[in-house]
Design a protein around this ligand. Structure first.
Ligand code: GLN
Ligand code: ZN
Length: 758
């Protein structure tokens, strides 16, 4: 028998029950018991979904985040979150979300920092580590869930984050070397494992995805120390790695004294046989053969082709699982009754992936004939996908084959372009602009929803949107901004809006994936060759420009962001899909230019998110990602000004790539880093114009003129004044008009004062 298991399962619920329960609980409208009941019901349902597996995971369920859960288990919630007379749950949510509103700098409890979970779009709460950190076991959550699983009759495998990865994920607050904490951490893990064994756990899954990153000597050593210490613990340990290849760490992983290893055999398939060679014969090899990161049906026969010989060698030592936790895919394809049925055939969500695991296990144990029906069905849908004209559009393929580096090259140097753009745009020094969106009022949202649901005619919808645009232009003229925008009223999301108009993109109805806490996203699915049947934004932007003599900036989402926030087809390299997207965005850019729009912004909010886990792989990613941007944006005339926007404050390690984009203006999020990030741009001698966000749009504080003046003065000490732009640090869609008006008034005033002082 082949042992089957999963590393984790989606927990938000088929109808996002957890999200709604959490939000009701936070709003004070349901009790702790009601929240716990919903959570227990979701766990019960999840285990039931997984009942055909040999082992079900326990402890992968979380009310907010699995890393925060681990911090709670290790007694490492930040001391500031302690609650005098509240319960554990209260403190847990304080650590997750803070207390006293978002502006907690003065009086509330600051929430834990949140960051990306490896290279996924899931975000975790960063463990805080200081020289005062003392770990103390609190195994209640795991023990009670283990008991729950037992009562439901499931053979359970508790899931914990391993000690080395836990430290690796954490942030040293007071400059302490994180590894110094390992010694005090290990006994707590030892005790935890023993308690789980006492409660009946035969196996424990211990997640160490840090093993797919570049580890220096110190971290490698930490792995050896940690697992030699934990060798004495009673349960058998399945050490799991995922999201990439082991490469240099393969030998290290093989040698650790654990009972088994899990490898992500989707991203590291060639390493499977090397592991089988090197692994001592008493160890289990669990192979993650179904992607936990993507939504495609696997090619089961193709998988069996390489899996069968391994099974022949390993026998019962071979386990099967998805590559990583299924947290990163939607729950159930069967709910999607409105999908294009042809494309629907090619997909597999969490529940379907479990079935795929089951078929593979049966094929190995009792032969392919025993599942011939399932394998035939699978083969016919993977073949249909391969042959479908929907995945291959000859015109797109032709255009792609004609892509040359010239396509991404502006005609003249920045200095030359700049002169022409200045003549055309007649901008003052320190020009003011915004990032694109203006407040999405209730009225705007309602209009969009009614239109979507067929309650509003095309004509009525357009009229509403035009009114919103006209209002937005009037407001900006009154404020005295220099480069105006149309305000993005027609967009609910910067990827979805474009995806819906491009061929090759598909949208699910219930395909929610947890992003953090109660927040879910529904990533669109890139399934076929990308084709833009018609202009996507020109009508709106042209209308906006017709209302004003000031330049209006056209607003587009860039190819890399469209890619990184979607599920991407797995039948061609990501770079190829990026180039297809680039060609479609390029057409839109050129149409905007043709329509007389003098400034065009191509947002790349998610460029950095796509960076591979290993820095040695960055170069390759950046090469094609930046090329995709260049193809999208740089086909314009010299006197058309290209802007780009990025929402983060870490640029130093990718500045060469950013400079190579050659955007005439880049607007960045700088206010929260106190403009320190401009040092990097200065030292690099970044050549083009920069708009460092001069205030933080996420904070409810409304900036005063003198605060912005101070910020601008700081900026001008780093970047010559004649290359500086003045703008907020991101879009304004989540704010209210009164605050936006006041903040922008301060911003425009500050720019004016500084101009006069020059
Ligand atoms: N143009 C977009 C907006 O203003 C940019 C959003 C973003 O960078 N996340 O909303
Ligand atoms: Zn932004």
């Amino acid at each position: 028998m082949v042992t089957t298991h999963t590393l984790g399962y989606p927990r938000i619920g088929a109808d996002r029950e957890l999200k709604f329960a959490l939000e009701a609980y936070w709003a004070g409208s349901i009790s702790t018991e009601a929240l716990e009941t919903t959570a227990a019901e979701l766990r019960r349902q999840n285990w039931q979904d997984q009942q055909d597996l040999t082992l079900v995971p326990v402890g992968d369920f979380s009310l907010y985040d699995q890393v925060l859960d681990m911090s709670a288990t290790l007694g490492n919630l930040p001391p500031r979150t302690e609650v005098k007379d509240g319960g554990e749950l209260e403190q847990y949510f304080r650590a997750a979300r803070g207390q006293g509103g978002p502006d907690t700098a003065c009086c509330g409890t600051q929430a834990g920092e949140m960051t990306k979970w490896f290279d996924t779009n899931y975000h975790y709460i960063v463990p805080e580590l200081t020289s005062d950190t003392r770990f103390e076991l609190n195994a209640r959550r795991l023990l009670s869930q283990l008991e729950e699983a037992r009562q439901n009759g499931h053979p359970a495998k508790p899931v914990v984050i391993g000690p080395v990865t836990y430290l690796w994920l954490g942030k040293a607050r007071d400059g302490i070397d994180k590894l110094e904490l390992l010694e005090s951490l290990l006994p707590v893990y030892g005790e935890l494992l023993n308690q789980l064994a006492t409660a009946g756990a035969d196996w424990v899954q211990i997640d160490e995805p840090a093993l797919v990153t570049e580890l220096d000597e110190g971290w490698q050593h930490a792995f050896r120390v940690a697992y030699h210490h934990l060798k004495a613990a009673r349960p058998k340990l399945l050490l799991t790695t995922y999201f990439g290849q082991l490469r240099d760490n393969l030998q290290l992983a093989c040698d650790l004294p654990v009972a088994g290893i899990h490898l992500d055999a989707v991203s590291a398939q060639p390493e499977a046989s090397r592991l089988a060679d090197w692994l001592p014969t008493h160890k289990v090899l669990s192979l993650g053969v179904i992607s936990g990161r993507n939504v495609w049906k696997s090619d089961l026969s193709g998988t069996l082709d390489w899996l069968e010989p391994l099974y022949g060698r390993l026998g019962e030592r071979l386990w099967l699982a998805p590559s990583c936790s299924l947290l990163h895919v939607p729950l159930d394809l069967d709910r999607e009754t409105e999908l294009d049925p042809e494309v629907g055939q090619w997909l597999s969500f969490a529940r379907q992936k479990l079935e795929e695991i089951g078929v593979l296990a049966r094929a190995l144990t009792t032969g392919r004939e025993s599942v011939s029906h399932e394998l035939d069905e699978n083969r016919s849908s993977t073949e249909a996908r391969r042959r479908s004209p929907k995945t291959r559009n000859p015109a797109v393929r032709r255009a792609l084959s004609r892509v040359t580096p010239q396509l991404g090259q502006r005609r003249s140097s920045f200095t030359h372009r700049r002169r022409l753009q200045h003549q055309r745009l007649e901008l003052p020094p320190l020009p003011t602009t915004t990032i694109g969106s203006f407040p999405q009022t209730q009225d705007i949202r309602t209009t969009r929803r009614q239109y979507r649901n067929g309650l509003l005619s095309d004509q009525a919808y357009r009229q509403h949107m035009r009114e919103a645009i006209a209002h937005c232009i009037r407001e900006q003229e009154t404020l005295g901004l220099d480069v105006l925008v149309h305000g993005e009223a027609e967009r609910n999301d910067m990827v979805e809006y474009f995806g819906e108009q491009l061929e090759g993109y598909l949208f699910s109805r219930f395909g929610w994936v947890q992003s953090y806490g109660s927040r879910c996203v529904k990533p669109p699915i890139l399934y076929g060759d990308i084709h833009r049947p018609r202009a996507m934004t020109v009508e709106w932007i042209r209308y906006a420009q017709s209302l004003t003599r000031k330049p209006v900036k056209g607003m587009l989402t860039g190819p890399v962001t469209l890619l990184n926030w979607s599920f991407v087809r797995d039948d061609q390299p990501r770079s190829e899909t990026a180039f297809q997207l680039a060609l479609a965005v390029r057409e839109e850019v050129l149409d905007l230019e043709q329509a007389g729009i003098p400034v065009i912004q191509v947002d790349e909010a998610a460029l950095r998110e796509g960076l591979p886990l290993r820095p040695s792989d960055w170069r390759n990613y950046l090469d094609w990602a930046i090329e995709a941007f260049r193809i999208a944006a740089n086909g314009v005339r010299d006197d058309t000004q290209i802007h780009t926007h990025m929402c983060y404050s870490e640029f130093n390690d990718i500045l060469a790539a950013i400079a190579h984009m050659d955007a005439d203006v880049i607007t960045i999020e700088a206010s929260r880093s106190d403009l320190e990030l401009l040092d990097g741009f200065r030292d690099y001698e970044y050549p083009n114009d920069i708009g460092p966000g001069v205030y933080d749009i996420h904070s409810p504080n409304i900036p005063k003129t003198n605060e912005i003046l101070e910020t601008l003065e700081k900026a001008s000490r780093r970047i010559p004044m004649d290359r500086l732009w003045v703008n907020p640090d991101c879009g304004l869609k989540t704010r209210q008009w009164p605050e936006v008006r006041e903040a922008l008034r301060s911003m425009v005033d500050a720019a004016k004062q500084l101009r006069q002082a020059r």
